[in-house]
Design a protein around this ligand. Structure first.
Ligand code: MG
Length: 387
């Protein structure tokens, strides 16, 4: 490869390379190997898959977030744990962040500090620490390009109209239990909840889509990305319209396409340019009837909590995100029932001693995150004892 060609390649690092989104990002990059140079790859613990990808793309530096795993491999330079992984974030054009959980805030802040653009698939980072992230962005040239499909749609629609839009309308598929009664939802199995009607995603987000907590998290994500509290949610079971932006002249802009995460992933990788789609080209003839319904706040109290968080911000979204995560994994492990997820989050809000909480620094919010998890775990053990 000649030097000129190498210079035009985008240098990227991927945190969370082996998960659902990370794997699809690799798939996109595989199609455009001439455009991207992967500098490093990081995974939470799946080093076998990580080594495979690293070998394929000739990547020398690999990171494992979990520090307690013994790994030996002469072919790679292995970075273990937070500090070593953060040291990788230098001299790249784009950091792709697709890990789940709290860890992701650290690479995001490091990238902002280094003026590196971020393709962000982890919405929890903005939900829990959006205030800190936005504060840091003010003194940086970094841009966050959302990978979440709704936010990618809004990002694409809103850019020319930053001062002329009046509302964001997020679409939600409604999940597998959209037409279930509250009683019918009472005894749904993990398997049923994991069976999403339109999107193929990781387990945590699939459960979040079934409870609609995913949409509540996305309301907060949208607030921190686009700076408005005028955010509506509309149920759109076909998942063809990925979101709307309403302009002050009455225009309603929409972004349409088949539900395929490789499209927003490709956009985040190529922004501000476009790649030829790795997906199918859609035509309006391809779509069946498109429907838009009002969400049921009684059946899905998650949305009430989401709007409460939007209204009050501060540490409330952090509490929602942390307690929901504990509740979801407890449900997946069979410790609580599906609708107990709502109970765990509501009860965490009730029990946490808000007068002791602060939201000024990252440490304050990490404390809230941690405390919420402890309380949520306690509530889970109470519920499972009663069963
Ligand atoms: Mg989404």
């Amino acid at each position: 490869m000649d030097i000129k060609k190498r210079r035009t390649m985008k240098k990227i690092g991927i945190i969370g390379a082996t998960g659902s989104i990370g794997t699809q990002a690799i798939e996109v990059i595989r199609k455009f190997k001439n455009l991207y140079k992967i500098e490093f790859l990081v995974s939470y613990s799946n080093y076998k898959k990580l080594f495979e990808i690293a070998k394929e793309f000739n990547v020398k530096k690999v990171g494992i977030i979990r520090e307690d795993i013994e790994i030996k491999n002469e072919d790679f330079i292995i970075y273990k744990g937070k500090d070593e992984i953060l040291s990788l974030i230098e001299d790249i054009d784009l950091l792709f962040v697709s890990t789940t959980g709290t860890f992701s805030i650290f690479p995001v802040l490091k990238a902002i500090e280094k003026n590196i653009n971020i393709a962000l698939a982890n919405k929890e980072v903005l939900v829990s620490f959006g205030k800190i992230v936005n504060e840091k962005l003010k003194t940086s040239n970094s841009i966050i390009i959302p990978v979440d499909s709704e936010h990618s749609a809004i990002f694409q629609l809103i850019n020319p109209y930053k001062n002329e839009f009046i509302r964001i309308i997020l679409t939600a598929s409604g999940g597998p239990f959209l037409n279930f009664s509250v009683e019918e939802m009472e005894n749904v199995s993990v398997e049923m909840a994991l069976n999403h009607p339109t999107w193929k995603m990781g387990k945590k987000i699939t459960i979040d889509s079934a409870t609609l907590f995913n949409k509540s998290l996305e309301i907060i994500e949208a607030y921190y990305l686009f700076g408005t509290k005028n955010i509506d949610v509309v149920i759109h079971p076909q998942s063809i319209v990925h979101s709307f932006v309403q302009l002050k002249d009455g225009s309603l802009l929409a972004h349409l396409g088949f539900p395929d995460m490789r499209i927003p992933i490709a956009y985040a990788l190529s922004y501000p340019n476009r790649l030829e789609t790795p997906s199918v080209i859609t035509h309006p003839y391809d779509f069946d009837k498109l429907t838009f319904l009002k969400p049921d706040f009684e059946k899905f109290p998650s949305l009430k909590i989401g709007y409460f968080c939007l209204e009050n911000l501060s540490y409330y979204p952090t509490i929602m995100n942390a307690s929901n995560e504990i509740a979801v994994y407890s449900f997946l492990e069979g410790k609580i029932k599906f609708r107990d997820i709502f109970k765990v989050v509501e009860e965490t809000f009730n029990r946490i001693e808000k007068e002791k909480l602060k939201d000024e620094t990252l440490e304050d919010l990490l404390y809230v995150d941690n405390l919420s998890r402890t309380i949520a775990n306690f509530i889970v053990s109470e519920i499972s004892k009663k069963r």
